[in-house]
Design a protein around this ligand. Structure first.
Ligand code: CA
Ligand code: CA
Length: 177
């Protein structure tokens, strides 16, 4: 009897650990300053003459109900704007994932880490997919929001309460204020 009870308790502990881990992976324990915005943007992102709608819902980015990025990535904000002034809209995302690096992580970084890092990822929409344009490594300090202005400049607010202005220059974002 005693052994059975120990097994039952151990199973319950394992199950709650599994539930907690799943909650962790879904971002439930990320800091409370993270605002999970549900945004809907309509535009002709692939310049084929037809409009499409991108939206964020439950920390994912979707088009026509299809999730466009890995499900483990948690999206807190979605913006679009022509940041490099070439007439085509870029899609700007604040993403939490367990990768310190962008898409092209060094070979010695084989696995996802436990900790979540925040990134700005910039994409183009092409052939029904998001195609990477520019991806930041871990943001320091972390950003609470980004806003793409009509002139393509990006206004960012960080967790220290500071605001900053960023401009696309040749191949990356540079501080403009
Ligand atoms: Ca289109
Ligand atoms: Ca552009």
């Amino acid at each position: 009897m005693r052994i059975k009870r120990v097994i039952a308790v151990a199973a319950a502990v394992l199950m709650s650990a599994a539930v907690l881990w799943q909650m962790y992976l879904r971002g439930f324990f990320l800091p409370s300053w993270v605002e999970w915005k549900e945004v809907s943007l309509t535009g002709d992102f692939d310049l084929d003459g037809k409009e499409e709608t991108l939206q964020t819902e439950k920390k994912q980015i979707l088009m026509d109900g299809n999730i466009l990025l890995p499900k483990e990535w948690l999206i807190s904000d979605l913006q679009s704007g022509d940041i490099d002034r070439d007439g085509r809209q870029e899609i700007i995302l604040l993403v939490f994932n367990r990768q310190n690096f962008g898409r092209y992580r060094p070979v010695w970084e084989g696995k996802d880490q436990e900790k979540f890092y925040e990134h700005i990822y910039i994409y183009h929409y092409e052939n029904g997919k998001l195609v990477p344009f520019w991806m930041s490594s871990q943001l320091k300090p972390e950003l609470t929001s980004v806003l793409v202005r009509d002139d393509g400049m990006i206004e960012a607010s960080d967790t220290m309460g500071e605001k900053s202005l960023w401009q696309w220059i040749t191949w990356g974002l540079e501080r403009a204020d």
